[in-house]
Design a protein around this ligand. Structure first.
Ligand SMILES: O=C(CO)[C@@H](O)[C@H](O)[C@H](O)[C@H](O)COP(=O)(O)O
Ligand SMILES: [Zn+2]
Length: 201
C-alpha cells in the first residue's frame, strides 16, 4: 500500500522543490526589494523618454527575454499603450548567420550594434552570469550608450564584474539554475507591474 509520499518518494521530492523555491524567494526579497524598484524606475525613465528595451539570454533565459518583451509590446495586466521592446533571441536567420559567420558569443552584441541607441536599456539574463554572449551584450550596450538591467544568480559571475556603476543587477539568491530562473520570472513580473502602474496611476 503506497504511503502519503508515494512508493518512490516523488511527492517528498516535490515538497522539497517547493520549499527550496519558497526559501529562495524569501532570501531574494530580503536583499533585492530596493533594487527591483530602482530597476523599474530605470526602465520607466527609458520608456517615457523614447527609449526601447532589448532583452537577451540563453535556453530558459531566452524564453524569459521573450516573455518580458511580449508583456511590454502587448500588455501585462492592464490596458495601456504598447511599449517598445525587442527580444534578441528570435530572428533565426540573423541568429544562425551571426553564429555561423562570427561566433556564438557575438549573437547578441552584433544585434545591439545594429539596434541599440543611447537611452535604450538592455535586459541581460543569465543564471550563472557567465554566458559569453550575454557578457558581450553588456559590453556592446555600454559602447552604444545604453543602460543595463542584469538578472543573475549564484555569485553574479562575469556579468557582475563588468557592470557599470549606474547599471543594476538583480541577483536571485540561489545556486540552483531552475530556482534562479523561477525568481527571474518573478523579477520580470514585478518590473512589468511597476511599469504598468506608473503609466496608468
Ligand atoms: O532552462 C534551462 C535549465 O533549467 C537551460 O536551458 C539553461 O537555460 C541553459 O543551460 C542555459 O544555457 C544556461 O545559461 P545561463 O543561465 O548560465 O546564462
Ligand atoms: Zn508573464
Amino acid at each position: 500500500m503506497p504511503n502519503e509520499t508515494g512508493p518512490d518518494g516523488r511527492t517528498a521530492l516535490i515538497a522539497t522543490l517547493f520549499e527550496d523555491g519558497v526559501r529562495a524567494n524569501r532570501d531574494t526579497l530580503a536583499t533585492m526589494d530596493a533594487a527591483i524598484v530602482t530597476a523599474a524606475d530605470r526602465l520607466i525613465d527609458c520608456l517615457t523618454h523614447g527609449g526601447k528595451v532589448l532583452s537577451c539570454g540563453n535556453g530558459g533565459s531566452a524564453g524569459d527575454a521573450q516573455h518580458f518583451s511580449s508583456e511590454l509590446v502587448n500588455r501585462f495586466e492592464r490596458e495601456r499603450r504598447a511599449l517598445p521592446a525587442v527580444a534578441l533571441t528570435t530572428e533565426s536567420s540573423t541568429l544562425t548567420a551571426i553564429a555561423n559567420d562570427y561566433d556564438y558569443d557575438r549573437l547578441f552584441s552584433r544585434q545591439i550594434e545594429a539596434l541599440g541607441r543611447p537611452g535604450d536599456t538592455l535586459l541581460a539574463i543569465s543564471t550563472s552570469g557567465n554566458s559569453g554572449n550575454v557578457v558581450q551584450a553588456i559590453a556592446a550596450a555600454h559602447d552604444a550608450g545604453m543602460g543595463v538591467v542584469a538578472l543573475t544568480g549564484k555569485d553574479g559571475g562575469r556579468m557582475a564584474s563588468i557592470l557599470a556603476a549606474d547599471d543594476i543587477e538583480l541577483r536571485a539568491v540561489s545556486t540552483t539554475t531552475a530556482r534562479i530562473q523561477e525568481i527571474h520570472l518573478l523579477f520580470i513580473h514585478c518590473l512589468c507591474r511597476l511599469i504598468e502602474d506608473h503609466l496608468l496611476d
